[in-house]
Design a protein around this ligand. Sequence first.
Ligand SMILES: [Zn+2]
Length: 388
Amino acid sequence: MKSASAQQEATRVTLIGMWLDLALGIAKIFGGIFTQSFALITDGIHSLTDAITDIFVLVVARIAHTEPDDEHPYGHGRFESLGTIGMGVVFFTTAGILLYDSYQRLLESASIPIPALSGAAIALISIASKEWIYQYTIRVARRLNSSLLKANAWHSRTDAISSIAVLIGIVAAYQGYIWMDTVAAIFVALIIAKIGWELCTDSLRELVDTAIPLPRQRQLQDCILAIDGIQGITSLRSRLSGGKIILEVRLLVDPRITVSEGHQLGETVSRALTGNFSDIGDVIAHIDPETHEEAAITIPHQSALPDRQQILANIKNQWQEFLSEDDIDNISLHYLENGIEVDLTINMEEISEQLARQLQQAIQRFHYIANLRIYSKLYEARLDQPLA
Ligand SMILES: [Zn+2]
């Protein structure tokens, strides 16, 4: 678990990067207009898209992670996916417009103005400050062991490369290769298109319920199987919502444990997963009774077994000449692969062999009953009540 101060430091380095992108974006767009460098303007737009992405992550993601409500019982994660796609489309369109403009400029390259060399100075400032934020972010990322911050740091390196292209374009254009400024702009526009593409594809994968990668699935399975009482996993379904994993897992457990114990095991699995992995959003556990390998073919038959009400009516009817309603304390049914096991508890101190045989013979006609166990209820102690 990350401590609060580590989280604060991660937020601070992201915020500094965002403000830097905002400042660089505005400086490069105005600088590009004044020095007549199209590449510099494009790089300014690139920095602005980076700043907008950071603002989106900081503000919208927070809204998306609000608790589920009546109208959105699965939470608000998909709002983030939808917002990200919208943003990706805007970036993609921006890149398209910039590429079209560049194409137009290449066609009329004779009439476009030569950029001023002072534009190169702005590009140099951009390269230097981007390299500085890379060094700062990567240091924090290594200390916190944060892969997200590491990715952010490497993005800053890419931004520096983008500005290097602009610098080369401006210097070359100043020396007479005017089209080089436009080529640099095309290079930067393609980077913006790539950002837009990645934002869209990641969120689209989320929206069409793509499973998490196989190695991740195996990692979660190993965590579940390490829990005492879990005998196997029948199926594991995963999807993402707002970057968090939603997991539906079918757990194999001993068929004779009680419902509350099965529920408890489900809770244990849920706690283990959310405790060990920070990206688990929700775990839905389904409890399956374990059946033997060779009995797998009889499972369809299991669902065809009569329900509890019908079975109780049938067997009580057969037992009425031996047992009164008051004699029966409890009847538990176990739906197993070879049929139903009946656990009968009766309010008698002693059960004669004759009675046991009679009860057994009375229900033998029901082919779906596989086994009968009879218990006598001798004593029941409520531990929350003082002894008399
Ligand atoms: Zn960038």
